[in-house]
Design a binder for this molecule. Structure first.
Ligand code: NDP
Ligand code: KPL
Length: 320
């Protein structure tokens, strides 16, 4: 394996799920010279023939040729495997991950939600699991066609048993360097659990309310009543974090509110999934944090209410 100082080397990356997020970051890594292997499902034929098209606010580009697969058994073992499926597909990971990740390699989880690293550490042994929180607005708009609308920064943190804070290692450093070489801003965190709760502070109110109230982010922030609701939900997420011994200060809540006011009007990814009749990431984003907080004795009534509303909607619409 190449060391952390090698700017671009023969490190092999696998993208598990070449959609809005995996397609974008995978294409950026390939564009920077890394050896990237893309796992696809419905877009496999198209991408094998025509590659990927990335429309990005940082500049459009095409990759006419990519290494595309529809079967992990055909893929080479990779140094870094990026999990970029929707969490609703994570039941496939026991089949997808073991043949793909090198012994001593890295599994990088770029999904939203809580608890996925813990599950993955049970599936593959002798690999390092790293979590990444992506501040990205990207959509897949057609076969092999990704539209990157805004942002892109990733916060990376190493997973350790029980999510104990971890010092930065050489491994996380080289993953960070590779992404930075590809033009992605990286922040390194020594406390992955805190970083995950901080990301949930955005996802829980906006993803949930966007579906339940049929609203974009700008509508939720303009209306005085929904703005209060967002803030109350953020405070409950902070209470959930506190039950895990993590402190999210009020100033962070204010920063997230201001950040969303300045965002281009955005239909959240959960809302897009809902509108398209696809399963929603309800368990990873709502169920797991709720269960973790409840196990620690914390009561989060508004998040619990939202969780049950979303479960109702997904069951009624047959997308559970
Ligand atoms: N999009 C964004 O801006 C952000 C997304 N995230 C998180 O990133 C994760 C991924 O989201 P996103 O990229 O938006 O989702 P997408 O649905 O766009 O991408 C997931 C991809 O996985 C593919 N896939 C599903 N099952 C398989 C399979 N069995 N084999 C191969 N490929 C498969 C899908 O292919 P097919 O279309 O053929 O089903 C799809 O292209 C989620 O956890 C999301 O919450 C986090 C921050 C921002
Ligand atoms: C906050 C946002 C919209 C972009 O930063 C995001 O990361 C998400 O959709 O999960």
């Amino acid at each position: 394996m190449c060391d952390s100082l090698t700017p671009v080397c023969d490190r092999k990356y696998a993208i598990l799920g070449t959609g809005a997020l995996g397609g974008f970051y995978g294409a950026k890594l390939q564009q920077a010279g890394y050896d990237v292997h893309f796992l696809l499902k419905s877009d496999y034929e198209h991408v094998s023939k025509s590659g990927l098209l990335i429309e990005s606010k940082d500049g459009d580009f095409t990759l006419p040729q990519v290494k595309a697969y529809n079967d992990v058994e055909q893929m080479p073992q990779c140094d870094v495997v990026i999990v970029a499926l929707k969490t609703t597909q994570n039941h496939l990971l026991p089949k997808l991950l073991p043949p793909l990740v090198k012994d001593g390699g890295v599994v990088l989880v770029l999904q939203n939600g809580l608890g996925v690293e813990e599950d993955i550490s049970q599936i593959v042994k002798n690999v390092q699991v790293i979590g990444g929180l992506c501040f990205l607005c990207s959509n897949k708009v057609g076969a092999g066609h990704i539209r990157h609308l805004d942002y892109g920064k990733i916060t990376l943190g190493e997973y350790t048993p029980k999510y104990d804070p971890a010092p930065l290692t050489e491994r996380i450093q080289y993953v960070a360097n590779d992404f930075e070489t590809a033009g992605i801003t990286i922040e390194l965190a020594t406390d992955l659990l805190l970083a995950r709760w901080q990301k949930l502070l955005w996802n829980i109110p906006y993803n949930g309310l966007s579906v339940i109230l049929n609203a974009r982010t700008d509508e939720l922030m303009t209306d005085a009543h929904t703005r209060i609701l967002v803030e109350q939900l953020m405070n409950e997420v902070a209470a959930g974090a506190k039950s895990s011994g993590r402190v999210i200060p009020d100033s962070f809540i204010q920063t997230m509110l201001n950040y969303t006011v300045k965002m281009k009007p955005y239909r959240t990814s959960m809302k897009i999934d809902y509108d398209e009749g696809r399963p929603l990431e309800v368990e990873a984003i709502f169920g797991n944090p709720l269960r973790k907080a409840q196990a620690a004795g914390a009561n989060l009534p508004q998040i619990s209410c939202m969780y049950h509303q979303l479960k109702f909607l997904t069951q009624r619409n047959g997308i559970a």
